[in-house]
Design a protein around this ligand. Structure first.
Ligand code: FMN
Length: 402
């Protein structure tokens, strides 16, 4: 890679400016120069550092936060560290095919763009930048209910309808309106998120709000800490009477709700946030079409359990009957390889592509997808696997059980 004089000057300036970015110190500093264009990134962490430097503290805090002492957040990445790869040699790995099939649609890679709310808080392009990157990289995108752009506009930018993530709220008429809109927009799949039902104590976010008292009207209408102020400005809630809404989900939500939702959603229905074998079996018994093994990127419960550690029991409960997508802490191609080896059909990424979006908009998201794809290609070759179906449990050892 050649680095132009302009890039060198940019890097020097960024390095010189880093200590001046006062409040960012709260999130830690790194002496490495910041990248100045997406193509300079060598791994996804180059984007994390730049996002930390560029974003207002409250927005970076919203992105980075876990719950309580961030134990589950850290467990998600640490979980991969316990897994080593048993690599095979002399297989002949010139052709590597990482395509996967979900509900009859073939995807070039097993990487799914997870739902992340309020993307205009990270870059002016917001969900449209993500959608254009998903289009150019032919990647499956799941749109959040609390997106800063509507499902219709995102579908238009993506070039086809996206999957829709549902926070049903605690009001059935609002659930119906959201589902109808996703249905009318042609979304082929709906993912009901069930892992925030007990609320979440986001300490890192609360700390970031202390150092960033601005009232950001891009993200909030009235109050930045109250739900009403958060959702009222979101396009998917536009025109709806939100006066009775008390939560993104109801504390009463149970499996009967899944049946009820089934009654108004004619296409594929997934549940996002399953982490046990028992719940996987219940989901199948209720006719659910797919599962996201997820703890919301460590932003839900303070379980301290990595989602990669939840994956094997969910896979055991599912027994190949429906697709399983796992997310949480995936930062490298080798992490994707490990998830596939433990039985996932695909993997979701959240923060990594948002780091890319915050850094360079669409180009940043594209580069994150390219990096992970390239790393997975190398991991597959190194391990001696030519296709996703070659990758099984025999390729992974867990140092806690070895
Ligand atoms: C800033 C942020 C916002 C999120 N918003 C949503 C959301 O609106 N709906 C949802 O189901 N999950 C949401 N998630 C969770 C992601 O879909 C995903 O499960 C998680 O980010 C994966 O972990 P990772 O960030 O370590 O890759 C959000 C995550 C982050 C970091």
């Amino acid at each position: 890679m050649t680095i132009s004089r302009r890039d060198l000057v940019g890097r020097a300036l960024a390095l010189a400016a880093a200590p001046l970015l006062g409040p960012m110190r709260a999130f830690g500093e790194d002496a490495d120069p910041l990248i100045t264009s997406a193509d300079q990134a060598v791994d996804v962490f180059d984007f994390e550092r730049l996002a930390r430097a560029k974003l207002p503290p409250a927005h970076f805090g919203y992105l980075a936060t876990g719950v309580d002492g961030d134990a589950t957040l850290h467990a998600n990445t640490a979980g991969f560290g316990h897994l080593g790869l048993r690599v095979r040699r002399l297989v002949g790995v010139n052709q590597v095919d990482m395509s996967v099939n979900l509900f009859g649609t073939a995807w070039d890679t097993p990487i799914v763009i997870d739902p992340v709310g309020s993307q205009r808080a990270f870059h002016a392009e917001g969900e449209l930048g993500t959608a254009k990157a998903a289009r150019s990289r032919k990647t499956l995108q799941v749109l959040s209910t609390v997106s800063s752009t509507s499902v219709e506009d995102v579908g238009a930018a993506r070039g086809e309808p996206v999957w829709y993530q549902l926070y049903p709220t605690d009001q059935w008429d609002i659930t119906q309106a959201l589902v109808k809109r996703a249905r009318d927009a042609g979304c082929p799949a709906l993912a009901l998120t069930v892992d925030l039902q007990g609320g979440s104590n986001r300490v890192t976010l609360a700390r970031s709000l202390r150092v960033d008292p601005r009232d950001c009207k891009t993200c909030h209408t009235t109050s930045r800490t109250q739900l009403s102020g958060f959702i009222a400005g979101k396009p998917m809630f536009s025109g709806l009477d939100l006066s009775k809404v008390g939560g993104l989900t109801s504390l009463d939500m149970n499996w009967d709700f899944v049946d009820r939702l089934r009654g108004i959603w004619p296409r594929k229905l997934l549940i996002k946030g399953i982490v046990t074998r028992e719940d996987a079996e219940l989901a199948i018994a209720r006719g659910v079409d797919g599962i996201f093994v997820s703890n919301h990127g460590g932003r839900g419960e303070d379980s301290g359990r990595a989602s990669i550690d939840s994956l094997p029991e969910v896979v055991a409960g599912v027994r190949g009957r429906i697709p399983v997508i796992v997310d949480g802490g995936i930062r490298r191609g080798s992490d994707i390889f490990k998830a596939l080896a433990l039985g996932a059909n695909a993997v979701g990424i959240g923060r990594p592509y948002i780091w890319g979006l915050a850094s360079f908009g669409q180009a940043g998201v594209e580069k994150v997808l390219d990096i992970l794809k390239n790393e997975l290609t190398i991991a597959m070759r190194q391990a001696g696997t030519r296709s996703v179906s070659d990758i099984d449990r025999s390729y992974v050892v867990d140092d806690r059980r070895a």
